[in-house]
Design a protein around this ligand. Sequence first.
Ligand code: PEP
Ligand code: MN
Length: 338
Amino acid sequence: MVIVMKKGVSESGMDNLIGWLEKQGLRVNVNRGEFQTVLGLIGDTQGLSMDLISGMAIVERVQRISEPYKKANRKFHGEDTVVELGGYRIGGGHFQFIAGPCSVESPEQICGIAQRVQGAGANFLRGGAFKPRTSPYAFQGLRGEGIELLLRAKELTGMPIVSEVMNTEHLPLFEPVDIIQVGARNMQNFELLKELGRLEKPILLKRGLANTLEELLMSAEYIMSGGNERIILCERGIRTFETATRNTLDISAVPMLKRMTHLPVVIDPSHAAGIAQLVYPLSMAAAAAGADGLMIEVHNDPAHALCDGPQSITPEEFAQLAGDVLRVLEITGRGKTK
Ligand code: PEP
Ligand code: MN
């Protein structure tokens, strides 16, 4: 249930109401927006009389939230969440490029790509250290050493780093990582999500290969209910009957998620398509559809990449793409990356 307060309600009036609600055994989330304050109630609200509350002089209206996700719900928190890190913001009109190789391979590779994508407008560097590969015989990532190399690239460029964690035991290694990625295959690893809820750093949560938007938001809810509300959602393509592309990019996930949740939404066109030539048009579509950012795999030598070469674009292609995306953002009135 959410309670929308009237404008200009005094602090003492608000405190009295919150105290009363807490006595009913509920947790109260106070969302102070620019235009209105909304109290989000967590717990069993069955016994609460909507008529009683909506009749209070300080209350504008009361609404039950029927969806199972509460903290992630747009009704709970009307304004867009803006995730801020190192002076860069994602969400609420702020757009970011997260770019880098699928996997960290060597110091030269990650540092070289970092400098080039940064020069083209990316403010965040991605790179996989622990790789979830379909085959146990495929390159599994440089693991701890991969994180070390990402840190070197960060030292060189100042770019915050994004990397995927695959299980809770590895979390101590991710202490210096700025944004922890939860991959598609781990979207419903609930024990991992609970641990991430205890952290104080942003989480990039990818949609699972065969998961609905509601399930994605329930996974976000796991992290948020633990206290960590800095979540960036990522649509990366879902499995359909189509085999021409690696996955099918669900572009409607962007406007739909914007209705369902206040959390920022980024698109990963690389894993969606699996084909480098499709990354440009899908990026344009994502920007036009209202995404808050793009996560793109960029490699200096895609033909020899140890992972996901066929979908990786070169730094030159990334520079072209980033410039054109900015033009789409201007046309759609969403300004520039900040
Ligand atoms: C990745 O970002 O490298 C990755 C493995 O992505 P996904 O979980 O979307 O497959
Ligand atoms: Mn990849």
